[in-house]
Design a binder for this molecule. Structure first.
Ligand code: ADP
Ligand code: MG
Length: 333
C-alpha cells in the first residue's frame, strides 16, 4: 500500500473517490471539477446542514473501526436532514488528516461512506482534503430535499409527543466502551448503537409521505430533555413526559439491572440516539401507529405538549411531578 505522501493530495483524492459507487441519476458533474453540478427541482425545498466529528471529542481511534466511523460521520449528518422530514441526496466530505492516518485507514473509512451512500441513495459529490497537525477530523455537509418541512416550531398545547426507537442505548454504550470489560452480548448491541447509529431517514420519509399533521420535529442528538426543550422554546410551549413510557431496549433494561445503573438519567439526558422526536394532534395517532406498525418500527407516545409552564415536566412512576432542568444534556463548552 502506498503512503499518502507518495500519492499526494490529488492522487489521494482520486484513490479514495474511485471507490465510491453511488451516483445520483440527475448528477451533471460529481467529483473532479471545482464544483459538483445538478439541476434543482421545482416544487420541493432544499435542506442543507453540516456536522463535524473531531478525534478526541467525538471519537477515539482506539475504540472505533474506520468503517464504523465512516458510517457514523455520514449518519449523524443524514439525521439532521431526516429531522426536517427531508430525504438526503448529496454529501460533501472534508478530511483533516494527521500523519498517523494511513491510506488503508482511509480506504476503510470510505468503505463506511460507501455503505451509507448505497443504503440511502446518497451521492458523495465532493469534499476537501487537508492536513491536520494532530487530530483527525471529518466534516460532512449534506444536501437533501423536503416536500414538507418539519421544524422545531409549531407544537401546540394538546399535541402528543412521540419518539422513534429506544432511548439511552448510545450513552450506556459509551459508558461500557470506556470501561473495557464487555463480555456480555447486550454490551455489544449498546456499544454498536453508540459507534454505529442509524439515521431515521426511512422513518422521516414515512412521516413526510403520510397525511399526518406533524407540528414539530427534531432528532435526539443531545439527549431527550435538552432536545425537547428546543421544541418547547421554538414553539413557545411546555411539555410533560411520563417516566413509565420512556422506551427502553431489552439490552438497556437488562444491563441497567445487572450493573445497578439507574436508567432514568440515561433515558432523559443520554445523547446520540439519533431517534426522531416529534409532535402531532391526537387525530393523527391512529394513522401514525398504522404506518409504523407496517414499517415494523417502534414509535412511542411519551407525553404531551402543555401551555402552562414553558418547562419540561416529568410525571414519575409514583405520580409526583418534577420539573426537569434544561442543561443536563450534552454541551461542548
Ligand atoms: P480545489 O483545489 O479546487 O478546492 P480540490 O483539489 O480540493 O479542489 O478537489 C478536487 C475535487 O475532488 C473536487 O471535486 C472536490 O470536491 C473533490 N474532493 C476533494 N477532497 C475530497 C474528499 N476527501 N472526498 C471526496 N472528494 C473530494
Ligand atoms: Mg479544495
Amino acid at each position: 500500500m502506498r503512503k499518502i505522501k507518495e500519492l499526494g493530495e490529488f492522487g489521494l483524492i482520486h484513490h479514495l473517490s474511485s471507490r465510491l459507487k453511488f451516483r445520483a441519476a440527475d448528477s451533471i458533474l460529481g467529483i473532479g471539477d471545482d464544483c459538483a453540478v445538478y439541476p434543482v427541482k421545482s416544487g420541493t425545498n432544499e435542506v442543507i446542514s453540516t456536522d463535524a466529528l473531531v478525534e478526541g471529542i467525538h471519537f477515539k481511534l482506539s475504540t472505533t473501526t474506520p468503517e464504523a466511523l465512516g458510517r457514523k460521520a455520514l449518519s449523524v449528518s443524514l439525521s439532521d436532514i431526516a429531522a426536517m422530514g427531508g430525504a438526503p441526496k448529496r454529501v460533501l466530505v472534508t478530511l483533516g488528516i494527521p500523519k498517523k492516518i494511513s491510506v488503508s485507514y482511509l480506504d476503510k473509512l470510505y468503505s463506511g461512506f460507501n455503505e451509507i451512500c448505497n443504503q440511502f441513495q446518497v451521492e458523495l459529490a465532493g469534499g476537501d482534503t487537508v492536513s491536520s497537525p494532530k487530530c483527525f477530523f471529518i466534516n460532512v455537509a449534506v444536501i437533501g430535499e423536503a416536500n414538507r418541512v418539519f421544524t422545531r416550531q409549531g407544537a401546540k398545547p394538546g399535541d402528543l409527543i412521540f419518539v422513534t426507537g429506544t432511548l439511552g442505548d448510545s450513552s450506556l454504550g459509551l459508558q461500557l466502551l470506556n470501561k473495557k470489560k464487555r463480555a456480555h452480548e447486550d454490551h455489544k448491541f449498546l456499544i454498536e448503537r453508540h459507534l454505529d447509529p442509524t439515521a431515521r431517514v426511512h422513518e422521516a420519509g414515512i412521516l413526510s409521505r403520510s397525511k399526518i399533521n406533524i407540528t414539530s420535529m427534531i432528532d435526539i442528538s443531545d439527549g431527550l430533555v435538552q432536545d425537547l426543550y428546543h421544541i418547547c422554546k421554538s414553539s413557545k410551549v411546555g411539555a410533560q413526559i411520563h417516566e413509565d413510557r420512556l422506551p427502553q431496549s431489552p439490552e438497556f433494561t437488562r444491563t441497567c439491572n445487572r450493573s445497578s445503573i439507574p436508567p432514568l438519567p440515561l433515558l432523559l439526558n443520554g445523547g446520540e440516539d439519533y431517534e426522531l422526536l416529534f409532535t402531532l394532534p391526537t387525530d393523527g395517532v391512529k394513522n401514525l401507529n398504522r404506518q409504523f406498525l407496517k414499517a415494523k418500527v417502534l414509535v412511542t407516545q411519551i407525553g404531551e405538549i402543555a401551555l402552562k409552564s414553558r418547562k419540561v415536566l416529568l410525571k414519575m412512576r409514583d405520580g409526583t411531578m418534577k420539573t426537569l432542568p434544561e442543561s443536563d444534556g450534552f454541551n461542548h463548552f
